[in-house]
Design a protein around this ligand. Structure first.
Ligand code: NAG
Ligand code: NAG
Ligand code: NAG
Length: 336
């Protein structure tokens, strides 16, 4: 009957990434790894505690005597051989211990040979990992980097995914909608939709900063939305979703848009600009409140949507000065 020296270290020490990990101790030794480092510990408990406290460490290992503490970081150790107590070779896995009791079952940390998991992070990425026990009496560790918004992009939470938004523009530049879309595509993104008021406000507030406090005119920034062809072809008035403020009258290049709550129409919009060229694309408004105190900013809030002429950048007293791009988070370069 093999003896498992098992204990869970629930050291209540400050941790920043995840507090749900524990250290789970058993007999074994790492047999596939690309790097390890020594930690000066006089006891096994110290060695295990050092791994627990290090955000990047996923495994600690030492012979029982003398103690020679080696720590293994996330994405550096892949396989650990299970050994008997007679080996006097200790390992401690960092793994999730949901619940406050000691789990039971063979082969900790994969109690009863079911998958356990952990979280860790290094300079490149945050990771989750699986620990699986296989018939050849080894544990396998496999890592998944958590996707993030790259620098320059701000993350928002949507029902189906997280979403990254970047706003581009300025007081001296103009873009048609197709130029804006091409710029987004060059950043491996598309024009963003406005899923929530928080997304709208972020785009509007960032656009106002880009325009500068002395910006003297009205400005539009492109967001996702192009009127469906049947909603401006003859007879569109008889198609119910084409009428009024229905957002269904537009197609969206933003494929992760599930809600239109961030599209708040400006007063009496969308109006299709029926007296001039058709206005089939969606922009949002930025007006410098200090320059235009006469506007009622309840009805004409910055960030309100309007249908604008897709390929015109200057129209009467306003200009299309920018756009907002969106994309899903990415696995950081250099992670796996
Ligand atoms: C070590 O683990 C890596 C990652 O799982 C794997 O690609 C590689 O084949 C393994 N090497 C050996 C010798 O098993
Ligand atoms: C890991 O996650 C933490 C907390 O969410 C975050 O502050 C940190 O920037 C992330 N690190 C990387 C490299 O993505
Ligand atoms: C601005 O518009 C809102 C909404 O119609 C209205 O309640 C408010 O009285 C208006 N404010 C001014 C100063 O006209």
């Amino acid at each position: 009957m093999p003896l498992f020296a098992l204990f869970l270290v629930s050291l209540l020490l400050p941790r920043s990434f995840s507090d749900s990990n524990s250290m789970i101790v058993t007999y074994g030794k790492p047999i596939n790894y690309t790097a390890s480092y020594s930690h000066t510990s006089t006891t096994w408990e110290e060695c295990v505690g050092a791994c627990y406290q290090s955000l990047s460490c996923v495994l600690a290992h030492t012979p029982e005597s003398p103690i020679n503490c080696k720590l293994f970081d996330v994405n550096k150790v892949f396989e650990v051989e299970k050994l008997e107590s007679s080996s006097e070779s200790l390992v401690a896995f960092k793994a999730i211990n949901s619940g406050n009791t000691c789990p039971t079952g063979d082969n900790p940390p994969t109690f009863g040979n079911s998958r356990n998991q952990g979280t860790a992070s290094n300079q490149i990425a945050n990771y989750t990992y699986d620990i699986d026990y296989s018939v050849d009496e080894t544990w396998q560790l496999s890592y998944t980097a958590i996707p993030v918004c790259p620098n320059g992009w701000t993350q928002f939470v949507r029902p189906s995914t997280n979403w990254c938004i970047q706003v581009i523009g300025g007081p001296d530049v103009t873009y048609t909608q197709s130029q804006a879309l091409t710029n987004c595509e060059n950043l491996e993104s598309t024009l963003t939709g406005l899923e929530t008021i928080a997304e709208r406000d972020f785009v509007a507030n960032t656009a106002i900063v880009l325009l500068g406090e002395d910006y003297p005119e009205h400005a539009g920034f492109w967001v996702s939305g192009t009127r469906k062809p049947e909603c401006y072809a003859d007879g569109w008035e008889s198609i119910s979703y084409c009428t009024g403020t229905n957002l269904q009258q537009f197609d969206f290049t933003d494929g992760y848009l599930t809600n239109y709550a961030g599209y708040t129409w400006d007063y009496r919009q969308p109006d299709r600009n029926l007296n001039g060229p058709w206005a089939n694309c969606i922009q949002i408004w930025m007006r410098n409140q200090a320059k235009f105190p006469q506007y009622n900013y309840t009805l004409f809030a910055n960030g309100n949507a309007d249908d604008a002429v897709c390929d015109v950048v200057d129209y009467q007293s306003y200009h299309l000065r920018g756009f907002a791009c969106g994309k899903i988070p990415e696995v950081p370069v250099g992670a796996i």
